[in-house]
Design a protein around this ligand. Structure first.
Ligand SMILES: [Zn+2]
Length: 222
């Protein structure tokens, strides 16, 4: 006797095969099933894709393997459980939570495995900085420094990604991209949100990022 449901009689396994096909079909075409069923299917599909790419990147991406190795050497052993695939209710594709010591990968937000790789490397740089340099995330210049490193060392500012965003310039493209993206991230940090008027704040963020960028231009650790 077996309690394995897959060994049950033919009609029910036919039914489950059909059910799988129907769900898959409705996932692709958007037809059949309720809206909730389709949403659940879609979320499950995004979760599985995210988990699959995460596994592959952790094993085969030279950049991810490099970061994981250096995190381990710095005393921060990162396992698959510390890199969390999850639906996100915001427009970014990932994030690092210093409090949780974990990276969130926003399933369904990646347009390719390379995009997910860049996001993961970016967040792992933050994790490395947090582990190695005891970054004070409330300090504007500390955060700016980590953002600049994350944007420079990941593929965030590669040429093709910039073209997709609509930013095309022929000189100092990489440096400008690093600067622009670091300002956006520092500005979004809830820990350094302050009261002064917006224009003054932008100048302050811009100055912090520029000063830190000048200082770091020759630094390429890890
Ligand atoms: Zn960042």
């Amino acid at each position: 006797m077996s309690s394995d449901p897959s060994s049950s009689s033919t009609p029910s396994s036919d039914t489950s095969t059909y059910e799988r096909w129907r769900r898959r079909f409705s996932l692709i075409t958007g037809l059949g099933g309720t809206k909730e069923e389709r949403m659940t299917d879609m979320e499950e599909y995004h979760r599985q894709t995210c988990e699959k790419w995460k596994r592959e990147l952790m094993n085969y991406s030279p950049a991810v393997v490099f970061m994981l190795k250096h995190l381990k050497l710095s005393g921060c052993d990162v396992s698959s459980a510390d890199l969390i695939c999850s639906p996100c209710d915001f427009t970014r594709s990932g994030g690092f939570s210093p409090e949780a010591g974990a990276v969130v990968l926003c399933q369904g937000k990646f347009f390719s495995k390379v995009h997910m790789e860049d996001t993961l490397v970016h967040e792992l740089v933050h994790m490395y900085d947090h582990c190695k340099f005891k970054v004070d995330w409330y300090n504007l210049r500390h955060h700016a420094c980590s953002e600049i490193r994350a944007n420079s060392l990941s593929g965030d500012c590669r040429w093709s990604r910039e073209v997709r965003r609509g930013f095309v310039a022929f000189s100092k493209q990489h440096q400008e991209c690093v600067r622009r993206r670091a300002i956006i991230s520092v500005r979004a940090n809830p820990r350094v949100r302050m009261k002064p008027p917006r224009s003054e704040l932008s100048t302050r963020f811009g100055t912090a990022v520029s000063m830190t960028l000048d200082h770091l231009m020759r630094s390429t650790r890890p």
